[in-house]
Design a protein around this ligand. Structure first.
Ligand code: HEM
Length: 447
């Protein structure tokens, strides 16, 4: 590993000196188990929604419903992640996200997930800063380097390629034979979409899935145990991207994301570590989220066959169906903020340093905003009001790309008259951050 580090020039300093954050922070971007049994509270709070079993067993709905009925936010004194405020109503989450100076996203204050950045991990650590975990003004400048890759014009440019790859993949699926939709469709299409975005060598595209998966294995026995493995992978990934970066730096500007970042004026103020960190953010941020919505669509249509029928008979509903399926799945269950000052919120005294966890999963089932919220309804007139992409200055920068990929998937399924039924095992991710499926056994027929 030392040799690799030395080879990495400006991106990874040999020995990792000066890098203060563990790559395990990236685990926090994707999800994690309650992996600290010694920290399990003696008297568990029934409203402690950090328990990953409620997501793995898909029984979180009544817990959040009861919490919403009792108020917008609740203080959980004891949890495996320490005390935290659980914010569960739609309006309250929007309110907090509109105050980014009071409620910080920064790693300095603890980061963006309920799991604090892992200060306690010993040894040679390094840091890759990412703008999702920065506050203004740094956040603004860095977001600006990637935002041009997600304009409507860029989406139009990518439409043809994404459609072709989606169609080819659907055509390759076995008919009348059971297979895992997660593995064969959701992962494949998401990786292909990211490869297009980065202009990543097609033959190496599986590396994107591999790296994204190591970055936050959701089935870890212990985050700490696997820190070493992650670190080795991070070096490998950094080395690969550095070569890509070197090649693209010498070329004329291209419309792909890496080239756009290299040639962006804001890049001048970005260190190589920040460049690398933001690339990883884009890979990890775009991966599980889109992947799990693709699985959620199939699962949702299977659970609500009347909605599948509507999709089959009224394809003009597809754009709204995309929004509704994102709302129902909410592939990131929460984001976390930390109060930078004492602040009164809905009659509660939040103290500087308090952890404030915004449960998007609950906001998207808020009966004050969505009628009959646990029902998939692709005709729902306010499906777009979901908070699955967050809100405010950190609202997902890749939202349009995700929507494009999901819309194309539904359109291409429709044009092939493809009906997908869940016919076997359904396994969910055991995590409180990434909300999704590990396995979804399905069989295809035609309508
Ligand atoms: C931020 C969700 C797809 C890249 C976020 C946030 C959420 C989110 C909840 C944080 C918002 C906040 O703190 O207010 C999703 C969902 C997706 C998706 C549900 C798919 C259905 C993507 C894709 C990409 C991407 C495809 C890029 C390829 C990012 C980045 C940020 C972000 C870079 C940080 C934005 C910032 O801090 O300014 N996303 N995302 N996401 N997402 Fe996504």
């Amino acid at each position: 590993m030392a040799t690799q580090a030395a080879d990495l020039g400006p991106i990874l300093p040999a020995g990792g000196t000066g890098w203060t954050r563990s790559p395990s922070a990236y685990a926090a971007l994707r999800g994690h188990r309650e992996d600290h049994p010694e920290q399990q509270p003696k008297h568990p709070d029934p409203f402690d929604v950090s328990r990953s079993d409620i997501y793995a067993e898909d029984r979180w709905q009544p817990i959040f419903a009861e919490m919403r009925a009792k108020g917008p936010m609740h203080y959980i004194e004891e949890s495996p992640f320490g005390p935290y405020w659980a914010v569960v109503q739609h309006e309250a989450i929007q309110h907090i996200e509109a105050l980014p100076d009071v409620f910080s996203s920064s790693w300095e204050h603890g980061g963006i997930t309920i799991l604090d950045r892992l200060e306690e991990i010993e040894g040679d650590r390094f840091e890759l800063p990412m703008f999702i975990a920065m506050d203004r003004p740094e956040h603004t400048g860095q977001r600006r380097t990637v935002a041009p890759a997600f304009t409507p014009k860029e989406m139009k440019r990518m439409d043809g390629d994404i459609r072709k790859r989606t169609g080819d993949l659907l055509d390759s699926l076995p008919e009348g034979e059971q297979f895992d939709w997660v593995e064969k469709v959701s992962i494949e299409l998401t990786t292909g979409m990211l490869a297009l975005l980065f202009d990543f060598p097609w033959e190496d595209r599986d590396l994107l899935t591999f790296w994204s998966d190591w970055a936050g294995d959701t089935e870890l026995a212990s985050v700490r145990d696997l820190d070493e493995r992650r670190r080795a992978m991070l070096y490998e990934m950094a080395g690969y991207f550095q070569q890509l970066w070197a090649r693209k730096s010498g070329e004329e500007p291209q419309p792909d994301l890496i080239s756009m970042m290299i040639h962006s004026p804001a890049m001048n103020s970005m260190s190589p570590q920040e460049f690398m960190g933001n690339l990883i953010l884009l890979i990890v941020g775009g991966n599980d989220t889109t992947r799990n919505t693709m699985s959620g669509i199939v699962h949702g249509f299977d659970k609500f066959p009347d909605q599948r029928e509507l999709f089959e008979t009224q394809p003009d509903l597809i754009p709204n169906a995309v929004q509704e399926c994102i709302r129902m799945q909410t592939p990131l269950a929460h984001m976390r903020r930390t109060a930078t000052q004492d602040h009164e919120l809905f009659g509660n005294q939040v103290k500087a340093g308090d952890k404030v966890v915004l449960w998007y999963l609950s906001a998207n089932r808020d009966e004050q905003v969505f009628d009959n919220p646990d029902k998939l309804d692709i005709t729902r007139d306010n499906a777009r009001r979901h908070l699955a992409f967050g809100y405010g200055i950190h609202r997902c920068v890749g939202a349009r790309l995700a929507e494009l990929q999901l819309r194309i998937l539904l359109e291409e399924m429709h044009s092939r008259r493809m009906r997908v039924k869940v016919t076997g095992d359904v396994e969910r991710v055991q995590a409180n951050f990434v909300h999704g499926f590990r396995k979804l056994e399905t069989t295809i027929s035609r309508f």
